[in-house]
Design a binder for this molecule. Structure first.
Ligand SMILES: C[S@@+](CC[C@H](N)C(=O)[O-])C[C@H]1O[C@@H](n2cnc3c(N)ncnc32)[C@H](O)[C@@H]1O
Length: 397
C-alpha cells in the first residue's frame, strides 16, 4: 500500500493538492496511491499530509475535494474515515456560501517542479529534487484577471527554463505579458544575469510583485536605469500599444520570453512591434556607441547587420558587449503558446513576416523535461514553442 510521502504517487497527490488541481485529478492520484481504490491508509495519508496544508489554503477547494472523495469511496463501497465526515461537516457549516466575494478572489497555489532521480547534479536542483513556488492567483480567470491566473504556456516555459538552464543562465532575460511571475521565478532560479518582467495590466503587475516578494526576491520598479541592482527582478508596466523605443532603450535583452501572449488579434501588431524592438536593441545600442552591428559566421567570416538562427546558433552577432570581450550571441525570443484560434496564430505569423522576423517552430526540437507530472490539467503536448530572431538578409562582405 503506497502511503509513504516519499513515494512517487503520494508525492503526486500532495503536489496536485498544493497546486489546486481539479478534484478529478486528485481522486485519480488518490486511487493510484491505493492501487485502484482510496483505501483507509490512503485516506489517513491525505489527512496527515494533505489536509494539514498551510492555513491560507482555499477552504471551498478543500470542501469540494472532500465531497468528491467521500462520494467516490462510498460509491466504491469502501469505508470512509470518520474524520472525513467531521471535516466535511465543519466546512459545510463554516463556508455555507461558495459564491465568492471578488475582494477575496485571490488564492495561493503552490507549484512544485519535481525533478527526476539523478537530476540533482543539474544546476537547477542542486539541493533538492523538488522546487516549490507559492503563487497568489485569481480564481476569476476570465473576469479581468487574465494575468493573475497561471496559464499552461508559462508552465511550459518554466519547465523549459529549468530543463535547459544554459539557455538562460548569465543572460539578460525580458518577459512580456508576465502574469503571475512564474517564468521570472524560474529565470532567477537558474541565475539569469538580469530578470525583467513586464505586463500591461496594473493589477497583474501588483500581483506579480507580491509573488516575487513571496518567493524572497527583491523587486525593482520604475524606469530602466543603468547601474541597477542586478540581483533584483525588475517589474515594468508595459502595455504593448504604447511601448516605445525610448521606453525600452536601456533594456538590451539576450533572451525575450512570452507565454500565452498570442490570443487577441487587436493586440498582435503591437506585440510584434515590441518583440521587434527588443530583438533589435543590441544593434541600436551598438550603433549609438558607434559600433557597427557586425556579425560573424562560425567559420570566422563576417557580415553586417546580420541575423541569426537561435536554435542552431550558427550565426553570432559581434558587438563587444559579451563577457571578457567575447562575442555575444544575438538575441532570441522564445514564445510559448496554445493555438486556440488558428486564424489569430496565422495573423501573428504574417505580422512577424512583415516585420522581417524569422519565426521557427521549435516544438519538436527543444522539449523540456516533464517536471509537473502530477498536473493532469496541463499537457506539454498542447503547447507550441516558437523561436524568433531577426531575419534581415545576410550580406557577406
Ligand atoms: C493569457 S495571460 C498569460 C500570462 C502569463 N504569461 C502566463 O502564461 O501565465 C496574457 C498576459 O498578457 C498581458 N497582456 C495582454 N494584453 C496586453 C497588452 N496589450 N500589453 C501588455 N500586456 C498585455 C495580460 O495582462 C496577461 O498578463
Amino acid at each position: 500500500m503506497a502511503t509513504d510521502p516519499s513515494l512517487t504517487c503520494c508525492r503526486y497527490l500532495l503536489s496536485a493538492i498544493l497546486a489546486m488541481e481539479p478534484s478529478y485529478c486528485l481522486i485519480s492520484h488518490a486511487k493510484a496511491c491505493g492501487e485502484g481504490s482510496i483505501t483507509e491508509q490512503v485516506q489517513q495519508f491525505i489527512l496527515d499530509h494533505c489536509l494539514s496544508t498551510p492555513s491560507d489554503f482555499y477552504a471551498p477547494y478543500l470542501k469540494n475535494f472532500l465531497k468528491k472523495l467521500i462520494t467516490q469511496v462510498e460509491s466504491d463501497h469502501g469505508s470512509v474515515l470518520d474524520k472525513f465526515y467531521q471535516l466535511y461537516a465543519q466546512y459545510i457549516t463554516s463556508f455555507k456560501d461558495d459564491s465568492l466575494d471578488k475582494r477575496d478572489s485571490r488564492i495561493c497555489k503552490r507549484i512544485s517542479f519535481l525533478f527526476p532521480d539523478g537530476c540533482s547534479e543539474l544546476q537547477t536542483c542542486s539541493h533538492s529534487s523538488v522546487l516549490n513556488f507559492p503563487l497568489q492567483c485569481s480564481i476569476n480567470m476570465l473576469e479581468g484577471d487574465t494575468g493573475c491566473s497561471i496559464w499552461p504556456s508559462s508552465l511550459f516555459l518554466s519547465e523549459l527554463i529549468l530543463s535547459h538552464p544554459e539557455l538562460f543562465s548569465n543572460k539578460v532575460c525580458f518577459e512580456i505579458g508576465s502574469g503571475v511571475g512564474l517564468v521570472g521565478l524560474c529565470l532567477a532560479h537558474v541565475k539569469a544575469s538580469k530578470v525583467i518582467l513586464s505586463d500591461g495590466d496594473l493589477s497583474t503587475l501588483a500581483n506579480m510583485k507580491f509573488n516575487l516578494e513571496l518567493n524572497n526576491l527583491n523587486v525593482e520598479t520604475g524606469t530602466a536605469q543603468r547601474n541597477e541592482d542586478t540581483s533584483a527582478v525588475k517589474c515594468m508596466y508595459l502595455p504593448w500599444e504604447s511601448a516605445s523605443e525610448s521606453q525600452l532603450q536601456d533594456i538590451i535583452p539576450d533572451v525575450i520570453l512570452g507565454a500565452d501572449v498570442i490570443y487577441d488579434p487587436v493586440c498582435l501588431p503591437h506585440l510584434v512591434r515590441v518583440i521587434t524592438i527588443l530583438l533589435n536593441q543590441r544593434n541600436m545600442d551598438s550603433s549609438s556607441k558607434g559600433l557597427s552591428p557586425k556579425c560573424e559566421l562560425e567559420n570566422g567570416e563576417h557580415y553586417y547587420k546580420g541575423a541569426i538562427d537561435g536554435s542552431e546558433g550558427r550565426y553570432k552577432s559581434v558587438n563587444n558587449d559579451g563577457c571578457n570581450g567575447q562575442p555575444k550571441e544575438a538575441p532570441v525570443a522564445y514564445i510559448a503558446c496554445v493555438i486556440r484560434n488558428i486564424e489569430t496564430f496565422n495573423y501573428f505569423l504574417t505580422l512577424g513576416d512583415q516585420a522581417n522576423l524569422h519565426i521557427e517552430d521549435l516544438t519538436e526540437l527543444l522539449k523540456p523535461m516533464v517536471l509537473l507530472p502530477y498536473m493532469q490539467s496541463y499537457n506539454q503536448a498542447d503547447i507550441k514553442l516558437l523561436c524568433i530572431t531577426c531575419s534581415r538578409k545576410i550580406v557577406l562582405q
